[in-house]
Write a protein that binds this ligand. Structure first.
Ligand code: BDP
Length: 330
């Protein structure tokens, strides 16, 4: 075959292939999902089930891919990208979300929920609706509230039983001024830092400790480099399966209904998996030599952190009603 003919034929095949590929990309909407966690984490399984259900119920009109392990960027960046529509959906902690959506900060106040059961009830009711409105005003649609248990302190130096034990300790926190204030209220030094940098920072002593729920403490291997885990349970912060409003607005009302229902269903699944994973993570870290202590008296921590509420309400007087709604609930 002469060279010119061959090239012409290859180009023709290429063009035909290109056209058919283009046709698929235009008709099917491949959504990009951001996830910070490893693939077998409850959040990750919830997100995969969300994508599978959406694809099935829309007969493949809407498909999606979840990018696990934070490969699409760390959380504060991903929140911005989702607001702009560069990422279509993700499961975000309402902790770092507070820097963008003030309403979400109320669930980052220490000891605000009495239990995770109470958190579920309130997030599935009026409190969740109010927070959802705040998210929507900033370009995000909440499809479901995921569980992230309760966060507790861990470090490489000693067990924490009282706020005084934190004096002088370098503690990593999520990106939100509230958490800096929380650690400083006990006399610790707070360092906001991306989740992916914490292991190395603990290992090299850049920080002495951090705080998180059992599944995150375990799945990141932080327990290998910070063996004292003190169950203070000072923060119960839910997470949202959120979709970019830019993406959401492209769907027909029928597809929006499918997406919303799939989001809710995935949250139910995730909450069940969460309970199992918490128990499994605790068993794993204890077997590996983590020294766990339960903080028997939480009152001194609540007293030390009371100032966090006072300054928050001073800066956000309009959120007093929402704070009260949670505090007064059974
Ligand atoms: C985990 C949350 C994740 C946060 C992480 C952190 O699920 O969204 O990024 O904590 O501490 O529990 O940064």
């Amino acid at each position: 075959m002469n060279m010119i003919l061959k090239t012409a034929r290859t180009t023709a095949i290429g063009a035909a292939l290109g056209a058919s590929l283009l046709a698929t990309t235009v008709s099917a909407q491949e959504l990009r999902g951001w996830n910070i966690h490893v693939e077998d984490y409850p959040v990750s399984i919830g997100m995969e089930s969300f994508v599978a259900e959406v694809s099935e119920k829309t007969d493949g009109r809407v498909t999606g891919k979840v990018f696990h392990n934070g490969v699409l960027g760390d959380q504060p960046d991903a929140i911005e990208q989702a607001r702009l529509g560069a990422i279509d959906f993700g499961v975000f902690s309402l902790g770092p979300m507070g820097q963008v959506v003030p309403e979400t900060n109320v669930v980052s106040l220490p000891f605000i929920f009495k239990s995770t059961d109470q958190m579920y009830r309130l997030m599935d009711g009026d409190v969740g609706d109010e927070i959802g409105k705040g998210l929507e005003a900033k370009g995000l649609v909440a499809l479901g509230w995921y569980d992230a248990g309760a966060r507790s302190f861990y470090n490489s130096i000693k067990p924490i039983n009282t706020p005084e034990d934190v004096v002088g300790m370098k503690v990593r926190v999520m990106n939100n001024d509230l958490f800096v204030g929380m650690v400083e209220s006990m006399g610790g030094n707070a360092t906001p830092m991306a989740f992916g940098e914490v292991y190395q920072s603990l290992r090299t002593g850049v920080v002495d400790g951090a705080e998180n729920n059992p599944p995150s403490y375990e799945s990141t291997n932080h327990y290998e480099v910070a063996k004292y885990y003190s169950l203070s349970e000072h923060l119960i912060i839910p997470e949202c399966l959120c979709m970019s409003k830019a993406t959401w607005d492209r769907f027909s009302p029928e597809d929006q209904e499918i997406v919303m229902a799939a989001g809710r269903a995935s949250a139910d699944l995730q909450r069940g998996l969460w309970q199992e994973r918490e128990a499994a993570s605790m068993a794993k870290v204890e077997a590996a030599g983590t020294i766990v202590n339960r903080v028997e008296n939480k009152v001194p921590f609540q007293e030390a952190m009371a100032g966090v509420y006072a300054s928050f309400l001073e800066d956000n007087p309009d959120l007093e009603g929402l704070v009260k709604m949670i505090r007064d609930a059974d």
